[in-house]
Design a binder for this molecule. Structure first.
Ligand code: OXD
Length: 313
């Protein structure tokens, strides 16, 4: 019997199915959306993005879930999803590269004060300003996984010599000052002129950026959130941005998401919203990674990105 894999993807399921079929001719790839009534027996893998609750629990022979993204919170949020099924998050080098470019763009935007040129242009005024050096700016990462590590390394190439990171347990990465655990959060926040959130969403990280912790950032700090919307208490961020304590923020992820029309965040002039596009995944780069994970699991090996379900990332 052929290896059976189901694709449960809300966007472009046909493209993902076709891509996987080409990469894995040895398998039967089923498109959940287009093949209603397919036989769930013998399906060993589900390739998913935000699967509807209960769908995975209906696959009796499921061996592992391959998530079409780095954050697996939506899979783990399904109360019916069996606790023993392994989940593999996507580590796509193209997404890691794109995230780093996105973060570098916004760090540059904020530290060079590019916004003021927009204002000057609207006034028709030639108004250069000094911006100091990147070494004067401490960029602090909340979360230092695959993506955070790449962002930190790339920023160092642009001269950001003061890079810090806050993680659950201490991490040693060249050129990055590590802070960890509950006791490390305040000293980490106190120095971060630009705080970049790349954390997974877990019960511990939900609401981690709130009125109390935002107040620990230096006055005039900037916040970039590319983790999950639930990590920022939006009302608290908007209040801090309106008071000027937070000089600017960019939210690529929001709570709720998508941000509904009329939400106050749309109108906050120093908060930029991008619609969850910091690092998109495309079949031509992600499918080979997924195929490798499935083949590794079939061969009894541990694929990169295997989630520790006790930590939820
Ligand atoms: C991801 C995402 O989890 O794009 O990779 O949000």
């Amino acid at each position: 019997m052929k290896l059976r894999i189901v694709v449960i993807a809300p966007e472009n399921p046909a493209e993902w199915t076709a891509g996987l079929q080409t990469a894995m001719p040895e398998a039967e790839i089923i498109n959940h959306a287009a093949q209603p009534g397919y036989d769930p027996a013998g399906i060993r893998y589900a390739v998913v993005w935000r699967p509807p609750a209960g769908v995975l629990a209906a696959l009796p022979d499921l061996q592992a879930v391959c998530n079409l993204g780095a954050g697996v919170d939506a899979v783990l949020a399904d109360p019916a999803f069996p606790a023993h099924i392994p989940v593999i998050r996507l580590i796509d080098p193209a997404m890691t590269r794109d995230m780093s470019a996105y973060v570098s763009y916004w760090v540059t935007h904020f530290f060079r004060g590019f916004e003021s040129f927009r204002t000057a242009q609207a006034e028709g005024v030639w108004r250069p300003h000094d911006y100091g050096g990147p070494e004067d700016w401490t960029v602090g990462f909340l979360g230092l996984g695959e993506m955070g590590g790449r962002c930190a390394a790339d920023l160092r190439r642009f001269g950001f010599t003061n890079i810090t990171a806050w993680t659950r347990t201490p991490k040693q990465i060249e050129g990055v000052q590590s802070f960890a655990g509950d006791e490390g959060l305040e000293p980490f926040l106190r120095t971060a002129r630009i705080a970049v959130c790349l954390l997974p969403l877990t019960p511990e990280t939900r609401g981690i950026l709130n009125a109390r912790t935002l107040a620990m950032l230096p006055p005039g700090a900037f916040v970039i959130n590319c983790g999950r919307g639930g990590q920022v208490v939006t009302a608290d961020l908007l209040a801090a941005a309106e008071s000027g304590h937070i000089a600017g923020a960019v939210l690529d992820v929001t709570d709720p998401e998508p941000l509904p029309p009329g939400h106050p965040a749309w109108g906050c002039k120093n908060v930029f919203i991008t619609p969850h596009v910091s690092a998109l995944n495309y079949p031509h780069t992600s499918v080979p990674v997924i195929a490798e994970s499935v083949r590794a699991w079939e061969a009894g090996a541990k694929p990169a990105g295997l989630v520790d379900r006790s930590r939820a990332y």
